[in-house]
Ligand binder design. Structure first.
Ligand SMILES: Cc1cc2nc3c(=O)[nH]c(=O)nc-3n(C[C@H](O)[C@H](O)[C@H](O)COP(=O)(O)OP(=O)(O)OC[C@H]3O[C@@H](n4cnc5c(N)ncnc54)[C@H](O)[C@@H]3O)c2cc1C
Length: 545
């Protein structure tokens, strides 16, 4: 009689394989199977779990990692050999967005989530799956409307402070490259990627180390993700600004409601997922006793090149199958000169003015799925630490003041039209104003400016050293084709909200959490989503013991 119990399986993760540019995925998986001596009768499943590009070789190589599912009792000489070499190990078990623990009073009640970025969306889902009633408050517009409300900005420079490139459905990453940095190896990474794939993201995001979705595709995925949440019972309130907490006194304090631009909403728990630009909201919260700390953040410029220059330098010829090349460069500290690095590189993309406050300018980059623009851009940034922020050390918002001051200078140096103050890389290095037509993908254009004088001296010095070094890795990078555009000031957030490690409750509160980039606990789409989901799973169970 066949054994009715489900077969016990194990996923073996094999690393150290290199895929040829012409080699198909099924051929590669067959090679991995052979390497571990797994024949077809023993194989229960297989997938590539990581693929990156090693551009140090010509043609570039693709290091890969393959997951093979076999019965737990499986063994072979080849497997033992690979285990001894350390190239094979059991793959970590993926986590789940459905809470495993029984709900506590918060998880059974009504939870308000402030912000519909990745942290807020993926906080709402586990709570709803666990039985909570969830309302997501979003100050900006629903996606379809958000796009329409951006037109006056891009055509007439009339910035809407409530719905813009940073605020609105999907959060700050909605107009981005949609790069998914999936190196965190968190158990929640797999279920989050699965949700995105179910909503239309390409399957490759599950394993591609350079995975990106692109703005056009993100705009198809987001409404499906919204619908998925609505189907689980989540309510969305767009164009609704959170304006403060209703509190019940005590130690710890308890949140009983959310004040909004459309009235007060009673709740049993509240998650702040406001992103890194909700400066007005932070001030209100600080006034209500929510603790804040100043934290280090990235600051610098965006640098733009013709994509051809980057691809040629990185891949040479014969690697067209890889598409437009990206890069990730680091310049170490040297004596008093700080380290600097490239950040959030967008191949085939364009530079955008990511601002929510009129009269300020902050650059960033976005691209579509096909990476089809002729431009490559990237942040070129330095880590600025709280001891480098001017102002009173007891003021946790002095990093915000530093950011705003630099953003206002950039706005004025660009002529007050959202054009970016710009300088060619070679002129930056020699301390000259650039002349001639400064071509850029930024819709508002570029105006010549002495960025080398405008930026704080320690930033100019660190960027200068980095440019000299990066030129050796990408010839032409720091010459006339490289255009620096100021300023890149919001690659990460300048404050942190201290919280408990396990429950992730904000210090001093019994049912308030702060998650994602705005709370200083994430940087990037995936890490914000993971932080939101992890916090929600903890909040679901608060008080159930
Ligand atoms: C142009 C650009 C490109 C980027 N590219 C990438 C990339 O390729 N890959 C990557 O990993 N990361 C990228 N990032 C960073 C990424 O977008 C953020 O790390 C991520 O979105 C943070 O998620 P979050 O949920 O914490 O906050 P956010 O995404 O910022 O979401 C916060 C939301 O809260 C809302 N909100 C704020 N205050 C209130 C309030 N008072 N009431 C109601 N709602 C409020 C905001 O409107 C916003 O929608 C990019 C960012 C930008 C700006």
């Amino acid at each position: 009689m066949p054994d009715p119990r489900p077969e016990a399986l194990i996923t073996l993760r094999l690393s150290g394989l290199v895929q040829g540019l012409e080699e198909g995925d099924s051929e590669l998986i067959a090679r991995a199977q052979k390497r571990l001596g797994i024949d077809e009768s023993a194989l229960r499943g297989a997938r590539i779990s990581r693929r990156s590009v090693d551009a140090r070789k010509r043609p570039p190589k693709l290091p890969v990692q393959v997951d093979l599912v076999v019965p737990k009792r499986f063994g072979s000489k080849a497997l033992s050999r690979e285990e001894r070499s350390g190239r094979v190990r059991p793959a970590p078990m993926p986590g789940s967005l459905t809470p495993a623990q029984p709900a506590g009073p918060v998880g059974r009640g009504h939870v308000v989530v402030v912000g519909s970025g990745p942290a807020g969306m993926f906080a709402a889902l586990p709570l709803a799956l666990g039985g909570a009633s969830v309302t997501v408050l979003e100050r900006g517009a629903v996606l379809e409307d958000r796009h329409r409300r951006l037109v006056p900005f891009h055509r007439g420079k009339a910035l809407d402070p409530e719905s813009n490139l940073l605020f609105g459905e999907g959060g700050a990453g909605t107009y981005s490259d949609g790069k998914l940095y999936t190196r965190v190896d968190d158990p929640l990474e797999v279920p989050i990627l699965d949700e995105l794939v179910a909503c239309g993201a390409p399957d490759g995001i599950r394993f591609d180390a350079r995975a990106h979705i692109g703005t056009d595709l993100l705009h198809a995925i987001l409404p499906r993700l919204r619908q998925r949440l609505i189907d689980e019972g989540v309510n969305f309130a767009f164009d609704t600004r959170f304006e403060g907490l209703e509190l019940e006194d005590g130690a710890p304090q308890r949140v009983t409601g959310a004040r909004t631009s459309r009235g007060t909403l009673a709740c049993d728990g509240l998650i702040l997922a406001t992103g890194h630009s909700a400066r007005d909201t932070w001030k209100i919260l600080a006034g209500q006793g929510v603790p804040f700390e100043a934290k280090a953040f990235q600051f610098g410029v965006r640098i733009e090149h013709p994509q051809e220059l980057i691809t040629e330098a990185r891949y040479g010829t014969g690697a067209e199958v890889l598409g437009p090349a990206s890069y990730s460069l680091t310049s170490r500290a040297d004596g008093l000169t700080q380290a600097a690095h490239s950040f959030c590189m967008c191949p085939g993309g364009r530079v955008v003015a990511s601002v929510n406050e009129p009269g300020t300018l902050c650059t960033n980059g976005m691209s579509n799925a096909a990476h089809s623009s002729p431009w490559a851009n990237s942040g070129l940034v330095v880590t600025v630490t709280p001891d480098q922020f001017p102002g009173d050390e007891s003021n946790p918002f002095r990093g915000v003041d530093f950011q705003r001051d630099q953003e206002q200078r950039a706005f004025h140096a660009g002529g007050g039209t959202y054009a970016a103050p710009a300088q060619r890389a070679d002129d930056f290095l020699t301390g000259r104003m650039s002349t001639g037509d400064l071509k850029t993908s930024l819709v508002f254009g570029a105006e010549p400016a002495r960025l080398d004088q405008m930026l704080p001296e320690f930033v100019t010095r660190a960027l200068g050293l980095a440019l000299e070094r990066f030129e050796r890795q990408i010839p032409g990078y720091s010459g006339a084709p490289g255009l620096l555009l100021g300023v890149e000031s919001r690659s990460s957030g300048p404050i942190r909200i201290p919280r408990d490690r396990t429950t992730r409750l904000v210090q001093g509160f019994s049912n308030l959490q702060a998650v994602g980039e705005g709370a200083g606990w994430a940087g990037g789409i995936m890490s914000a989503a993971i932080d939101g989901a992890g916090a929600a799973l903890a909040l679901h169970a608060v008080g159930n013991s």
